[in-house]
Design a protein around this ligand. Structure first.
Ligand code: ADP
Length: 478
């Protein structure tokens, strides 16, 4: 099986285009340059927006929801058929262990399946009104949508964002991150094989400048962005200039809260995995573990034992943790670890024996007894660093859990049903999990944040509302 997409090109109107500005692609496991990518400039962005508009008005608007559904179904199948190739591409480009890359491919295929199934099930309402009126609502696509995505989960984020936008009849311009764009380009090639008309999905590669041109363009009708808070703020400012809606998913400092009556054996794998998955470079990573005093020593000792066994190695070695994405990210995470020198370090993981010293590897670190206002307890680190904080009672747990600027995900471990309900209500967070964390990814489950974690909801049916605008039609027939 192969997926054909030419080196150093991006996709506009079904054609592979290049520019004379090239950026190196680096394998995080080895530090080697594995290729280059072309950076789309202003003219390319203008072309992409014009093509997306023309295609919307002349082609895509005339295609029924059922036809969109069958294209997405075919695309999902093609993704599954190419799982090995896509997973290896992602593992090489992002540095994530192969089994995690495979899980991402499956999630991308599942998003296509979900949104294929949902495409012809979105509808408006009829509204009882005055005598001789019939009033109804229509859910219409925004038009041309920009999707600016990060490097940590390219395939999953393409799935949830582009999948929902296509299903609802938008045309798209996808801007993958400069650090990891190979699976986005492969996805572009597969959309053509699946019969998506040229110009419905355009892909522009490049650095933040390309993203800035795209988000500032007056021809864009909606922007969805996943990435850092600082870039999210700029994108919201660009959206404000053109008065267009924007969905922002900006990460978090998500807590897991362990009460004295928690089932610790059930909790332990979630407590650790949710922090170290993808080397902690996950928006919904659980970087804070809050433990009630009665269980504190036990949880510290259980997590410490697990941390000591964690192995760090290359993506292809497929161990617990791969490298960080880049040298820059390695420096950021190392700086946070240095800020923890005043804290008690309970455990670190281990490097695999034959680790390549030119890769961007970072040992997982577990800090304990961390004051809730410490920089490691307040900032998103985006690396394999977890902290444990003790708490006394429910009120105290809520005060700490809600005590950062973020509010993406939280989980509560307790057997007490009333407490489960109270905590779910009181946590300031876009998702709350009871006695689990992440619910296995949950393509169907609305996802998004509060505060610095952003706004708008992706995933599930809710995303379809986000990618449509509501029109009310009042028909007088008196
Ligand atoms: P990080 O700092 O972790 O790389 P960013 O939030 O800067 O994360 O990047 C996420 C995505 O946003 C990438 O595709 C990147 O190229 C893009 N980007 C970076 N800066 C800007 C900007 N000023 N405007 C629009 N997109 C940007």
């Amino acid at each position: 099986m192969t997926i054909d997409f030419p080196n150093k090109h991006f996709l506009i109107n079904g054609e592979w285009v290049c520019s004379d500005v090239e950026l190196d692609l680096i394998n995080p496991s080895t530090g080697d340059i594995i290729g280059q990518v072309s950076a789309a400039g202003n003219d390319h962005i203008n072309d992409a927006v014009r093509v997306a508009r023309d295609t919307l008005e002349n082609t895509w608007n005339n295609i029924t929801a059922r036809e969109r559904s069958s294209i997405l179904t075919k695309l999902g199948r093609l993704i599954e058929e190419n799982i090995d190739l896509l997973a290896r591409l992602e593992a090489t480009d992002v540095g994530k262990p192969l089994k995690q890359a495979r899980a991402d491919v499956k999630a991308l295929a599942r998003y296509m399946e979900f949104y294929a199934g949902a495409a012809d099930k979105l509808h408006g309402d009829t509204i009882p009104y005055l005598q001789d009126y019939t009033v109804y609502t229509l859910r219409e696509p925004h038009g041309v949508c920009a999707h600016i995505i990060p490097w940590n989960y390219p395939m999953q984020i393409i799935g949830r964002s582009v999948g929902a936008a296509l299903a609802t009849g938008n045309t798209c311009i996808l801007k993958p991150a400069e650090e990891a764009c190979l699976t986005a380009l492969a996805f572009g090639a597969l959309t053509r094989e699946a019969g998506l008309p040229d110009g419905v999905l355009n892909i522009v590669t490049g650095s933040g400048d390309t993203g800035a041109h795209l988000s500032q363009h007056s021809g864009i009708d909606h922007i969805s962005f996943t990435g850092s808070v600082s870039t999210g703020i700029k994108i919201q400012q660009s959206a404000a200039q053109n008065v267009v809606p924007v969905t922002l998913e900006l990460g978090g400092k998500s807590p897991q809260i362990v009460f004295n009556d928690a089932d610790l054996d059930a909790a332990l794998p979630f407590l650790v995995n949710a922090g170290i998955q993808n080397a902690g470079q996950t928006c919904s990573a659980s970087s804070r573990i809050l433990v009630q005093r009665g269980n504190y020593a036990k949880v510290v000792s259980m997590m410490t034992a697990k941390y000591k066994m964690l192995l760090v190695g290359s993506a292809m070695d497929d161990l617990d943790i791969g490298p960080l994405i880049s040298k820059k990210q390695h420096e950021i995470v190392s700086d946070y670890i240095r800020q923890g020198t005043d804290l008690e370090l309970a455990a670190k993981g281990k490097f695999n024996a034959d680790i390549n010293n030119d890769g961007f590897y970072c040992l997982p670190h577990l800090f304990v007894d961390v004051p809730p206002d410490h920089s490691l307890a307040q900032n998103e680190i985006f690396g394999p660093v977890q902290i444990i904080i003790p708490f006394e009672d429910e009120d105290h747990a809520i005060e700490i859990a809600n005590g950062t600027g973020f509010g993406l995900v939280a989980s509560v471990w307790t057997q007490d049903g009333s407490r489960q309900m109270r905590m779910a209500q009181r946590l300031r967070s876009g998702q709350v999990f009871i006695n689990n964390y992440g619910a296995g990814g949950g393509v169907e489950l609305p996802f998004g944040g509060r505060g610095l974690s952003g706004h708008g909801r992706e995933k599930g049916f809710e995303a379809m509302f986000g990618f449509t605008t509501l029109k009310t039609v009042a028909h007088y027939h008196g």
